[in-house]
Write a protein that binds this ligand. Structure first.
Ligand code: GAL
Length: 491
């Protein structure tokens, strides 16, 4: 479990103020949760075999040790309740029972997640947990579950205000606590009733939009809301990457260590976007500290998907010890439309461990372009001039050291990380945490030094169509020895 002293610090602060607020809710999920969830690729086609074979492949491909910790079973696992009201798993799908699935998943070095719903039915009309919270939390704990995704369908009208919705979800917070097993709590009410305003007192993460769809920017009537001011009566589904990101922009700074806005599971590898679009999707989800749940079928994973998902320099941004989301500094429309309408460009930035700064130039226009970010914009502060603008900075490209296709393909073909070429790309976060790796200056976490920007200056870079340039700025005072001090991880 990724623990921290944050819980102790915050709890002590509230105690000293004589305030009873429980915040954050537990010691888990201090950095955004990472793992795999079956929903995007398999929907209701779930089984014991699927979960276990996926976990085996994720371990063999190095994804577990790259940081993907949870294997999460979504909707459609249930068969109802027994005469005492206990949830029953479907024995046709899980012939050895849920506890045995958990045991197998644990023995492969992962944690195990399950799904329920804060309503009378799940979205696929299996029994929900509304009114059964304590009993179901005990059941999940007895199955050795480590993570609960908690949905919002069939909620019996118990929504419409933040108070009603947060209380419905808090019933499960309390039930999980009472059940006595540490269970990461991920609520999924699609942004209804502003969960970013109350989420940190209820859960470790909260979905802030309707369901993702495997498209970069295609509008869809099933996802009616968009726009800068995110107030949405009908979150819907089939929301593109750009739709979700633009909704997140106005609320993302509400995330805290241990309590994150969830932009929904990843679509990387599912086939609906090109390589640059998937890189942009993954980069932005990491930058804003969304949980990172792979949503693809690892049996048909291609080299490019693997080398996006295992990029340590980008994952290190997601798992950064500060836990601060990048924020959008500017957005312009450009006269460069694709078939779906208006093109746009954006710049996002935010603080990283060690006084570093993340910068992303995002090109959602229809052609490659040069883009520029000034230090003044990158370090924009509400009042006055940030002192960082007066510093010189080294620029590290976080995609420049991406694993090459041949190496990624060799992992997929052999199911092993033994090839000599793997070593130079592969960071093992089980062996060395991201925090320790960053502190030790592991080169794999820092990308590639590609240039410098002087005080008061600007970064100009080529950004592909529907792509990003993702950079880490490091203070140039470290430059004289920065190359020398970057180490490759020990075997
Ligand atoms: C939706 C949820 C999806 C998935 C689905 C299962 O409400 O947003 O991520 O869990 O239900 O039925």
């Amino acid at each position: 479990m990724r623990g921290s002293s944050l819980f102790t610090t915050v709890t002590a602060f509230f105690a000293s103020q004589n305030v009873e607020t429980v915040y954050p809710i537990n010691e888990m999920g201090v950095t955004p949760a990472m793992g795999w969830n079956n929903w995007n690729a398999f929907a209701c086609s779930v089984s014991e075999d699927l979960l276990i074979s996926t976990a085996e492949k994720m371990a063999a491909f190095g994804l577990r040790d790259a940081g993907y910790e949870y294997i999460v079973l979504d909707d459609c696992w249930s068969m109802g309740r027994d005469s005492k009201g206990n949830l029953q798993y479907d024995p046709a799908k899980f012939p050895n029972g849920m506890k045995s699935v958990a045991e197998k998943v644990h023995s492969l070095g992962f944690r195990f997640g399950m799904y329920s719903d804060a309503g009378s039915y799940t979205c696929a009309r299996y029994p929900g947990s509304l009114g059964y919270e304590e009993q179901d939390a005990i059941t999940f704990a007895s199955w050795d579950v480590d993570y609960l995704k908690y949905d919002n369908c069939h909620n019996q009208g118990l929504s419409g205000t933040p108070k009603i919705t947060s209380e419905r979800y808090r019933t499960m917070t309390n039930a999980l606590r009472a059940a006595g097993r540490p269970i990461l709590y991920a609520i999924c009410n699609w942004g209804e009733d502003f969960p970013w305003k109350w989420g940190p007192t209820v859960a470790n993460s909260w979905r802030m939009s309707g369901d993702i769809y495997d498209s970069f920017d295609r509008p869809d009537p099933r996802c009616p809301c968009g726009g800068d001011e995110y107030v949405c009566a009908y979150p819907g589904s089939h929301c593109s990457v750009m739709n979700i990101l633009n909704k997140a922009a106005s609320i993302i700074d509400t995330s805290l260590p241990g309590a994150f806005n969830d932009l929904d599971m990843l679509e990387v590898g599912n086939g609906g976007m090109d390589d640059e679009e998937y890189k942009a999707h993954f980069s932005m989800w990491a930058a804003v500290k969304s949980p990172l749940f792979m949503g693809n079928d690892v049996n048909v994973m291609d080299a490019k998907a693997l080398s996006i998902l295992n990029n340590p320099a980008v994952i290190a941004v997601s798992q950064d010890p500060l836990g601060v989301p990048a924020i959008r500094r500017w957005r312009y429309y450009v006269n460069d439309t694709d078939q779906y309408g208006q093109g746009e460009i954006q710049m996002w930035s935010g603080p990283l461990y060690g006084g570093d700064q993340l910068v992303i130039l995002l090109n959602a226009g229809n052609s490659a372009r040069k883009m520029t970010a000034t230090l003044a914009d990158i370090f924009c502060v509400a009042a006055g001039i940030a002192k960082e603008i007066k510093e010189d900075w080294d620029i590290y490209d976080l995609w420049a050291n991406r694993m090459d296709d041949a190496t990624a393909q060799s992992i997929i073909d052999s199911g092993s990380l033994d090839a000599a070429s793997v070593k130079s790309f592969y960071y093992n976060a089980t062996q060395t945490s991201f925090k320790d790796g960053l502190a030790a200056n592991h080169a794999l976490l820092y990308g590639k030094l590609t240039g410098t920007v002087e005080a008061g200056g600007a970064i100009e870079t080529d950004v592909p169509r529907h792509g990003v340039s993702m950079m880490r700025l490091r203070k140039r005072t470290a430059k004289a020895d920065s190359k020398a001090s970057l180490k490759v991880q020990d075997a």
